[in-house]
Design a protein around this ligand. Structure first.
Ligand code: NAP
Length: 338
């Protein structure tokens, strides 16, 4: 089977596919034929040295995949050959507290990921993919969609009538728009262009703010778009350069959910703004297996469809990474395998 690896760090061009052997599944393991892999900004940040956790070099990249079971080891009870599955982001975090060492057991930074044709994993590291979700759609759910779900369904989950602020039109943010609208929330979304603003409105965003035109977008959201109240939840993917505006946009008692680090500038957090916001600041790491299972149920219940910007073939993985890095996509970038 073929598998991709980056031959050198800090170079997205150094992605090469090679023939590799795949072992037989052992007790409790299954062999998955990979059918689709979805990219996340994380897959780029790992190679460019911009990730939040340590990274081992030379691993197969990508955390998100959909495929079918082709063989099972002894004692496998959850799946049989032919079953359709998706990967879970944290292969050993099923629920409850995060297991010790989980940060170095995630795909592409601590263990080999999914940008390959076949992979052996524990049956526990997979979730069933319903027949009405295609492999390409299913591959988009493990990281970005689960993260959006975890962001919106914390200790104070959003509900009908809540106001949610999303930033940009990447994978996590588009899922957040779709899920928040499905839950009956009012969505305010930021973006960089008029064209992307139209896409957001078509997905149901109630208000769209172009952050290139409205520099103080956080204050604008609070004062003008929420009548001075502030939003209930900010799905914060921008990171160091957007956190201060997000703190200006949130209502006292609302939540700023720390997710991303897309911005390269790091002006620092204004402590008095943070303290004075009276907001809950919650940093999340995607979610556990139960969150993905809940998300799949909610996704089907609300009859949602992932927004897939472009599907590349397995041989075009380099182009897929370049497309993702260019940042012109809306939603998800997917690689079809096999
Ligand atoms: N903590 C977690 O659990 C978790 C899980 C998933 C992802 N993440 C992180 O969340 C972030 C988003 O991931 P993703 O895969 O959704 O990314 P993505 O698809 O690459 O999102 C890119 C889009 O974000 C917007 N953007 C780019 N730079 C921005 C900035 N400085 N401020 C605001 N918006 C910006 C742009 O949209 P517009 O042109 O429309 O503005 C861009 O097209 C990444 O940092 C990722 O590593 C964290």
């Amino acid at each position: 089977m073929r598998a991709y690896r980056f031959d050198e760090p800090n170079n997205l061009q150094a992605l090469r596919a090679r023939q590799e052997a795949v072992g037989a599944p052992q007790r409790g393991e299954v062999l998955v034929r990979v059918r689709a892999v979805a990219l996340n900004y994380r897959d780029i940040s790992l190679i460019l040295g911009r990730y939040v956790w340590d990274t081992a070099a030379g691993l197969i990249p990508c955390s998100d995949a959909a495929g079918e079971i082709v063989a099972v080891g002894e004692g496998v009870t959850d799946f049989k050959p032919g079953d359709r599955v998706i990967s879970i982001f944290h292969p050993r975090w099923f629920g409850g507290r995060v297991p010790k060492g989980a940060a170095m057991q995630t795909y592409g930074n601590g263990v080999d990921g999914w940008l390959c044709e076949e992979k052996v994993v524990s049956q526990e590291a997979l979730v069933a993919l319903p027949d009405d979700i295609s492999f390409e759609e299913g591959a988009t759910l493990p990281c970005a969609a689960t993260t959006a779900w975890t962001a919106l369904s914390g200790a104070t989950p959003i509900r009908a009538g809540s106001t949610v602020l999303t930033l940009g039109t990447g994978g996590v943010s588009i899922f957040a728009v779709q899920l928040a609208k499905a839950m009956g929330a009012r969505v305010i979304a930021t973006t960089s262009s008029a064209e992307k603003a139209e896409r957001l409105r078509a997905l149901g965003a109630d208000e769209v703010v172009n952050y290139n035109e409205v520099e103080a977008w956080g204050r604008h959201v609070r004062k003008t778009l929420t009548g001075g109240v502030g939003v209930d939840c900010v799905v914060e993917v921008g990171g160091p350069a957007t956190i201060n505006e997000s703190l200006r946009a949130v209502r006292p008692g609302g939540e700023v959910v720390l997710i991303g680090f897309l911005s390269e500038e790091n002006p620092g957090i204004d402590y008095f703004l943070l303290k004075g916001s009276n907001a809950v600041v919650r940093s999340i790491a995607v979610g556990d297996r139960a969150a993905l299972e809940d998300l799949v149920r909610a996704w089907r219940g609300a009859r949602l469809k992932p927004v897939i910007d472009k599907v590349f073939d397995f041989d075009e993985a380099l182009e897929a990474f370049a497309h993702m890095q260019a940042g012109r996509h809306v939603g998800k970038v997917v690689i079809r395998v096999g």
